[in-house]
Every structure is written in structure tokens, then in C-alpha cells.
Design a binder for this molecule. Sequence first.
Ligand SMILES: CC/C=C\C=C\CC(=O)SCCNC(=O)CCNC(=O)[C@H](O)C(C)(C)COP(=O)(O)OP(=O)(O)OC[C@H]1O[C@@H](n2cnc3c(N)ncnc32)[C@H](O)[C@@H]1OP(=O)(O)O
Length: 308
Amino acid sequence: MSSIIRSALSGSRRLYHPALTAVRAMSASGPTPPFTTLSISQPATHVTHVELHRPDKRNAMNKAFWREMVECFNQIAEDPECRAVVFSGAGKVFTSGIDLMDMASEILQPEGDDTARMAWHVRRIITKYQETFSVIEKCPKPVVVAVHGACVGAGVDLITACDIRLCSQDSWFSVKEVDIGLAADVGTLQRLPSVIGNRSLVNELALTARKMYSDEAKSCGLVSRVLPDKETVLTAAMEIAGEIAARSPVAVQGTKINLIYARDHSVAESLDYMATWNMSMLQTQDLMKSAQAAMEKKTPKDVVFSKL
Ligand SMILES: CC/C=C\C=C\CC(=O)SCCNC(=O)CCNC(=O)[C@H](O)C(C)(C)COP(=O)(O)OP(=O)(O)OC[C@H]1O[C@@H](n2cnc3c(N)ncnc32)[C@H](O)[C@@H]1OP(=O)(O)O
């Protein structure tokens, strides 16, 4: 059952649905209702563009953002029209991280009658915020992130949950949390080590909060490409998403899920999971269609795949 039907049945407020969203320019004009921090568009067939849209506040992540990301990516996960996602930030920078004004009260003055209750309250907040980026990883549609300018604090948590990272030449990254008196708690410390495969560098970045510029980000593997500017990085991200979206969604989503499984499990466990996964997925009609196209020297773009 699609999210839109569920929404109608439950009588809840209108939900965003990419298939029903008008095709908009790549640079959206503002948040797309019902969201206040995210602008959603469909720049190409089967591609959804999610833009963090608080440019005046350098895309600082306020309370609404942490909630809306979960709603947005859960809907994308279930949207049969969407096969790949591009994530970017509006305005001058990608993101300045957590909204230091909006979040202060929730974290610094937690609800609760005593220390234990306040601690449980804070724990619930942290796990809720962790979900904001874990939904990117749980979404079976690959997410390509296009970074430009600053990517600070929670921005690094966000991009490490994405599948493909690109940035512009003017980008810089900072695991900023130690500078504001906390250990990063929404994904960087857990995901960055396997993203860049260099624990000494991860430790250095996380313990000093120093800026890492685009060339170093490329050389250490945080990003796979550096493009000249914001426009070209977004264009490159759209092209990659288009390539992904042209391929079998059964193959693509199985690939994402098994890559993430393999990151977190032994080779033996992952091979076992893979065999179990493909014992059913190899029975897809996409396999025959794709193989036939390859034999006929056609590209995946020439093949029409059923919705998934
Ligand atoms: C449970 C906890 C979960 C997650 C925790 C995450 C931790 C973090 O994210 S730590 C990182 C915190 N962020 C920062 O320390 C960055 C602060 N911002 C900056 O350094 C700069 O703004 C900049 C990103 C380098 C951009 O500089 P510039 O282009 O010169 O813009 P500004 O003039 O500084 O800012 C314009 C405007 O935006 C507001 N703003 C910027 N960053 C934030 C922020 N993080 N929170 C709230 N507001 C922010 C700034 O106040 C200005 O607003 P005006 O109303 O125009 O004054």
C-alpha cells in the first residue's frame, strides 16, 4: 500500500509523495509542504532530489529538520517511483550542523524530576536523532550527496550515512562536536572509520575538530569526486543518480543492502546473507531483461523495469 493511500486512510495531514510532486528546477525555491526544512523535487525520471533548505541559517539542523528527515526518507523508501536520491544543501554552504539556538533547551535543560529521568529523556532524544541519519542508510534507494562549502558537525554524521559522496572544490569538513563540548553521537564515530579506512586520521579529525578541505577529503576517500563548484557537483550527483535509476531496482537495492550488511558482518556471514538474498531475487524478470539487452548491445536505459 503506498504512503499516500495510507495517509488518506488514516486521515492524517497531506504527505509528500515524489510521484505526485511537480517536476521542479534543480535549484528549488523553498521547502515543499508538509516540510519546513526540506525541499523535494523530481528532477529526472525515478530520481528524487532532497534539498536541505534553511539557507539564511546556513542549513542549521533545527528540531523540525530532525523529524522531517525521518518522514521524508521513510516515504522515499516506500515510493515505487523513486530509484535514486540526491541530497544537497541550499545557499552558501551544505550545512553548519546542529542548530545551536534551537537545540540548546532540549539538550541543556532536559525534562525529568531527577537525574535518572533526565538521563532517560536525553537518551531518547539522542536515539531519535540517530534515526534522522540512519533512515538514509535504511532506505534501500541509493543516496548521492553533493556537498559544497562548509559541512560541519552533524553534517559529517549525515554524509557518512550516504552511499556516494561528492564535493565542490570549496568544501571543507569538520567533526566539530568536541569544540562544542560533546562526543559526536549521531553516526560519525560509528561510520567514518569504515568510510575512510584510516583510524588514525579519524581520531585526529574527531579529537581536534580541524578542518579537512576537499583535496584531502578526496585523497582519504571521504568523497569519491571533487568538482569545481556547487553547480557542477550537483550536476555530477544528478548524473550518477540517473545512471543508478536506469538500472534494475531489484539489482540496485539488493546491492545497497548487501554492501551495508557486508560492512557490518564477516565475509562468511555476508556471503551467507547474499546467497539467501539472491535465492529469491535471481528469479526477477529484471535479470532476463537486462541480460538480453546486454546481448543485444543495448544499455540498461533501453530496458523498462517494473516498479518496485
Ligand atoms: C543530539 C546531538 C546531535 C547532534 C549534534 C551535532 C553537533 C554539531 O553539529 S557541532 C557543529 C555546530 N555548528 C557550528 O559550530 C558551526 C557554526 N557556524 C559557522 O561556523 C558558520 O556559520 C559557517 C557555517 C562557517 C558559515 O559562516 P557564514 O557564511 O559567515 O555565516 P554566518 O554569518 O556565521 O551565519 C549566518 C546565519 O546563520 C546562523 N547560523 C550559522 N550556523 C548556525 C548554527 N549551527 N546554528 C544556528 N544558527 C546558525 C547565524 O547565526 C546567522 O544567523 P543570523 O540570524 O543571520 O545572525
